[in-house]
Design a protein around this ligand. Structure first.
Ligand SMILES: [Zn+2]
Length: 368
């Protein structure tokens, strides 16, 4: 028997796992319902969902953790409810979907279900949608439909920045756009890719669907090998200690690189117009809504870490923050500036998937 060594969930555990997320897939942006009537039998229901293991049920399975006991492996806390497509996706590409990521998604899916329970009208509205960005001028709420690594499908819900005309324009003129505009960022996946091809269609339910072929993901580098630089002090100036310049290296340098990268205004450096972030632009336009502002900053962090840009000095295409794997959470609790900088509380995965969390100061130029 092949299944003897698997620490499977009991039927009761599976049912409760599904019920805790309202029988909806927990993959961010999917939200598909996994249960409904069996059309052939009025006494039965169809269940299209699966209770996926966060840490595998058997050795050699995805994310297997030998330290766990059998009871821990089949405990409800080790499962995440998914539709069939996403359940197999997280297992096929398990290096991309770490246990830490799945635990975050499970928590988010349970929070969404709790909100819908309190306020059923949220259902079907913007719920289950997340922000995606195509180029620098279009940010939209969309539902993630993809089940393929290299083809991303989104149902467009509404625009946050830009509108339906700017989206069509983007798609029509895509091949002639500068390379620095040919990218897509997905907030819920914490992922961003260079676009190979993009298409806008209308499906049978009259919904606008964006289909995007994306390039491969770049493997993150080790943040401990990020090099050495002069240390920046809390006031944003070069830090002097006992009369000489202080230095940062390794992890400390990696953290400082995130801060510097986000603090550079896009276009500020004359010779490298593609470099830098839109943090200042978002601060001046969106910081009265701290939730939206945090989400936009997250998009920007994802873009800078995953989208390769051409650098003048060696023409090699590489992202500005090559050691980042994904940003899990970004929150900015106050628009108050300290030394002209906002404080972003960040949770991320870098290198081989190690987690780090802490504050990243981001300089912004305020409108005067
Ligand atoms: Zn799904």
């Amino acid at each position: 028997m092949q299944n003897q060594n698997r620490d499977n969930f009991t039927p009761n555990t599976k049912r409760i796992m599904a019920e805790r997320v309202g029988w909806r897939c927990s993959f961010p942006g999917c939200n598909i319902s996994t249960v409904g009537p069996d059309s052939d039998d009025p006494t039965k229901r169809i269940n299209n969902g699966i209770a996926a293991h966060i840490y595998a049920a058997a050795p050699n399975g995805p994310r297997f953790n030998p330290e766990m006991t059998r009871d821990e492996r089949r405990h409800i806390t080790n499962g995440i409810w998914m539709c069939r497509n996403h359940g197999s996706l997280i297992d096929v590409d398990y290096t991309e979907y770490s246990a830490a990521t799945l635990i975050k998604w499970k928590e988010q899916a349970e929070r969404n279900a709790a909100e819908i329970l309190k306020e059923p009208a949220l259902e079907g509205n913007l719920k289950g949608s997340s922000l995606i960005q195509i180029g620098s001028k279009n940010i939209l709420y969309a539902r993630w439909k993809s089940i393929h690594q290299k083809k991303w499908d989104f149902e467009i819900v509404k625009s946050e920045i830009g509108n339906s005309c700017t989206i069509s324009e983007y798609v029509l003129s895509f091949s002639s756009l500068p390379e620095s505009e040919q990218y897509v960022v997905s907030e819920s996946q914490g992922d961003a890719r260079k676009i190979k091809d993009i298409e806008l269609t209308i499906n049978s339910e009259n919904k606008n669907i964006l289909t995007i072929s994306v390039e491969d993901k770049i493997t993150p580098t080790d943040p401990r090998k990020s090099g050495t630089d002069m240390a920046i002090g809390p006031d944003g100036d070069i830090f002097v200690e006992n009369g000489s310049f202080a230095h940062v290296s390794g992890i400390e340098n990696a953290k400082q690189m995130i801060s510097i990268c986000m603090s550079t205004l896009k276009g500020e450096i004359e010779s490298e117009k593609d470099l830098g972030s839109l943090a200042t632009e978002y601060y001046n336009r969106n910081s009265d809504d701290l939730i939206l502002f945090s989400r936009l900053i997250k998009l920007e962090l994802i873009r800078l870490s995953l989208i390769p840009i051409e650098r003048n000095f060696n023409k090699e295409l590489r992202p500005s923050l090559p050691f980042i794997k994904r940003f899990l959470e970004v929150s900015i609790v106050s628009k108050e500036l300290i030394h002209s900088r906002i404080q972003a509380s960040v949770k991320l995965e870098w290198g081989h998937g190690e987690q780090w969390e802490g504050l990243i100061p981001i300089f912004v130029l305020t409108k005067t």
